[in-house]
Ligand binder design. Structure first.
Ligand SMILES: Cc1ncc(COP(=O)(O)O)c(C=O)c1O
Length: 754
């Protein structure tokens, strides 16, 4: 603590001179506050600004080196900390002798624009949560850093806090504050001492107080690694809360908000949450005790006194709180554990709303092709096709928010968004598909498609493919063999005609039969007066099936010849997923009478669409109004247009083709090493890997497929299983999936299969 007496005392002119000599920077200098070093803001004539840091002459070189290494470590993982600027000779730390004869180390750092968080008191809940988040980001970025010099005895280290308070608190002038500080520290030690001894340790910044946290529009940086020490892993959280609660109208709410933000980036464990509030109070007690020693040494230094009055006002309020209640509130701020979430869900959600994986995954955020769980673990999402352009794609999110802020109404008012979305969609489709209807889901869209077909043909009978799934409404369950022939199903109704799934791996006609497509199609001739034929252009629930050549053209010819219309359920396959074409039907040389879109077109926003011909739309216009409250709403159109923009501008179809080709090539090597891999099929980023116990009998390896899926989940990769025997590994990632992701998936799948 003698450091204070040896703080540098350079003149502004000396700082200007150092900047020029050592860094070649021509700047004016103005002093910035510091406890024991000296800092100057350097402003060049261009807009560049820097911080010149002159270290205390008693500061060990090793510690300055540790600070520099920590800054560099953090800079590689986060933009929260300033960056080091090298001297003209390339060094990051330069020893100088100043006019007084004292020797000091100097460093130059980039300037972070903004003002101290202290100027924003009282902090709003949003700001408090962000503070927690940013401190969590900093600690997460510091993870893995180490340096011998940070394993040190340091008076600001919480781990030595009780001894420090015992030593220095008797010097606190104000009697009631002195008594309170000593009583609080003793009580915290008695209550938490045992747990603190075993607490997780890590490198900590150790001083994210609200003068070191810089805010512009949002929190932009955390400064000053001078107090860095290897200590409790939650030290930074405790310290940031300690300053955030000063004079806070509701300290518990403030602490809770900070914990919520921090926990998202760096999970707080049970022991840590149990001692957190004690550490918050201990930090304030330490500050009061240290000030009692420092202030008489430098009575005119406002920096040393800045927190003392608020501490004296706030400590009594904190002392009056019931610790059990506070701890419970902080614990709750972390959210429920995955197990608690599961229990809560089971209590209130229908039991057949299923959950993936043996160990259900609790995800808290998504970004592009990745999902993140509560602990911050990242998962490569190779399964979800709904976030087509990427989880939380900022362009789509912004479109939704901006439109939501202004207006969200329905199709009964004029608004340009509706027609624009329609025009954009139609531009992606061939003639004569020229009329759009918008809905809120794939199911609603398939329902409408059936109504259109029935209105146009005045017939009820529907032809479907075996194992198909088209949606969750009563009628769609009736036309979904996957449901009506599955558990709980009642079998086919007389007006539903099921054709065999054209599966050239497992079905009647195989890939080596050049006429397999026509032969499968022939089954449609048995239906006498079909109203509609509906099929996914690449059946997904059916097992990631690629239809054989000439299948669709032959079926369409037969159905149309018998007076029916053809519906393409492109809910899973649209918008470039198949790589070769924007819609899967284009690869088959057909044009459906009705196209149904869902999942990807809203990127997670509930959106469905039906596009049909003018003739069919005219038949449907029979006097009965068609209205969907949310379909075609102002916001959904804004989202729909944004998704199309991204698909086109990011060239996601071409991307899916390139990455899909590479992934398929990697996966097609698997059967050589793994007899269990019976078939690898797909197009673009729509891929299936079928597992069999025997390549002759094709006995499905259902349990094994399930096992592989769960092993991959443990390895941080998400896929699914599907098909009539649930033995097909289903790979259908968000479209930003990269070549590196494809490599990782192939490698991990290989390992899981081994
Ligand atoms: C091919 C297909 N059609 C329709 C639907 C129904 O869509 P939604 O769940 O949005 O109602 C689904 C959903 O899984 C689907 O896969």
């Amino acid at each position: 603590m003698d450091l204070l007496l040896r703080a540098p005392a350079l003149s502004t002119a000396e700082a200007v001179d150092l900047a020029r000599r050592i860094y070649g920077i021509d700047a004016t200098a103005s002093p910035l506050p510091s406890e024991r070093d000296q800092n100057f803001l350097l402003q060049t004539r261009v807009v560049d600004r820097f911080v010149l840091k002159i270290a205390n002459s008693a500061e060990a070189r090793a510690l300055l080196d540790a600070q520099n290494c920590a800054l560099a470590h953090v800079a590689r993982r986060s933009s929260l900390s300033p960056r080091l600027v090298p001297a003209l000779d390339g060094s990051l730390l330069t020893e100088v002798t100043v006019g007084s004869g004292a020797r000091h180390y100097v460093r130059l750092l980039t300037w972070i624009d903004g003002e101290p968080l202290a100027t924003r008191h009282p902090l709003s809940p949003v700001m408090l949560e962000q503070l927690g988040e940013k401190v969590g980001e900093l600690d997460a970025a510091l993870e893995g850093f180490d340096h011998p010099a940070i394993h040190r005895d340091f008076y600001w280290d919480l781990a030595g806090g009780f001894a420090l308070v015992r030593d220095l608190a008797p010097g606190i002038q104000d009697e009631s504050l002195r008594t309170l500080v000593m009583r609080l520290a003793t009580a915290i030690e008695a209550r938490d001492g045992e747990r603190l001894a075993h607490l997780r340790r890590a490198p900590a910044h150790n001083d994210p107080n609200d003068y070191n946290v810089i805010v512009a529009e949002a929190i932009a940086g955390i400064l000053d690694f001078g107090d860095i020490v290897y200590t409790y892993a939650i030290a930074d959280l405790a310290i940031s809360i300690a300053y955030a609660v000063l004079d806070a109208p509701d300290p518990v709410a403030a602490a809770t908000a900070a914990v919520r933000g921090y926990h998202r980036l760096r999970p707080v464990d049970d022991d840590e949450i149990g001692v957190l509030f004690g550490l918050v109070v201990l930090r304030l007690c330490m500050s009061a005790a240290i000030a009692a020693k420092q202030q008489p040494e430098r009575p005119d230094d406002p920096y040393l006194a800045v927190s003392q009055e608020p501490i004296a006002r706030t400590l009594p309020a904190l002392a009056a709180l019931d610790r059990d209640t506070v701890d419970a509130a902080l614990r709750a701020a972390r959210g429920r554990t995955a197990e608690e979430t599961l229990e809560a869900r089971r209590r209130v959600i229908g039991p057949n709303v299923s959950i993936s994986y043996q160990h259900p995954l609790k995800v808290v955020r998504g970004w592009m092709q990745h999902l993140y769980d509560q602990s911050g673990r990242r998962y490569l999402d190779a399964f979800n096709n709904v976030p087509h352009v990427g989880h939380s794609h900022p362009r789509v999110v912004r479109a939704a928010i901006e439109q939501m802020l202004v207006l969200n109404t329905n199709t009964r008012y004029l608004h340009d968004g509706l027609a624009q979305f329609g025009e954009r969609l139609i531009a992606t489709l061939p003639e004569p598909l020229r009329v759009c209807y918008f809905l809120s889901s794939g199911s609603e869209a398939n329902e409408l498609a059936l109504r259109l077909a029935r209105a146009h043909t005045r017939r009820r009978d529907v032809i479907v493919l075996d194992h198909a799934y088209h949606g969750n409404t009563t009628t769609l369950i009736d036309i979904s063999p996957h449901k009506f022939n599955g558990p709980g199903g009642d079998g086919a109704l007389p007006w539903v005609h099921v054709l065999p799934q054209p599966d050239t791996y497992r079905g009647e006609y195989k890939r080596d039969d050049p006429r397999a497509g026509e032969k499968y199609a022939e089954h449609a001739r048995h239906v006498r007066s079909p109203g509609a034929f509906i099929a996914e252009t690449a059946p997904s629930v059916g097992g990631q099936i690629i239809l054989p050549d000439r299948y669709l053209s032959s079926v369409y010819a037969i159905v149309r010849g018998a007076g029916g219309v053809c519906i393409a359920d492109e809910v899973q396959t649209a918008y470039g997923r198949m790589g070769t074409h924007f819609y899967a039907f284009e690869a088959h040389g057909v044009v459906p009478d009705i196209v149904v879109l869902g999942k990807p077109i809203g990127n997670g926003f509930p959106l469905g669409a039906v596009i049909t011909t003018r003739e069919i739309a005219a038949s449907f216009d029979n006097g009965m109004e068609f209205f969907s409250t949310f379909g075609g709403s102002t916001v959904s159109c804004a989202v729909g247009i944004a998704v199309l923009d991204v698909v086109e501008q990011e060239r996601l179809q071409e991307h899916a083709r390139d990455v899909g080709d590479a992934l398929l090539a990697r996966l097609r090597a698997l059967p050589d090493a793994h007899p269990i891999v019976g078939d690898v099929r797909g197009s673009g980023l729509f891929i299936g890997v079928e597992l069999v116990k025997n390549r002759e009998t094709l006995e499905p390896a259902t349990a094994e497929a399930n096992d592989v899926k769960n092993r991959l989940r443990e390895r941080g990769i998400l896929i699914g299983t599907d098909g009539p025997f649930d033995n097909v590994l289903k790979i259908r990632p968000p479209m930003p999936f990269t070549l590196e992701d494809a490599d990782l998936l192939a490698r991990e799948l290989d390992a899981a299969l081994s």
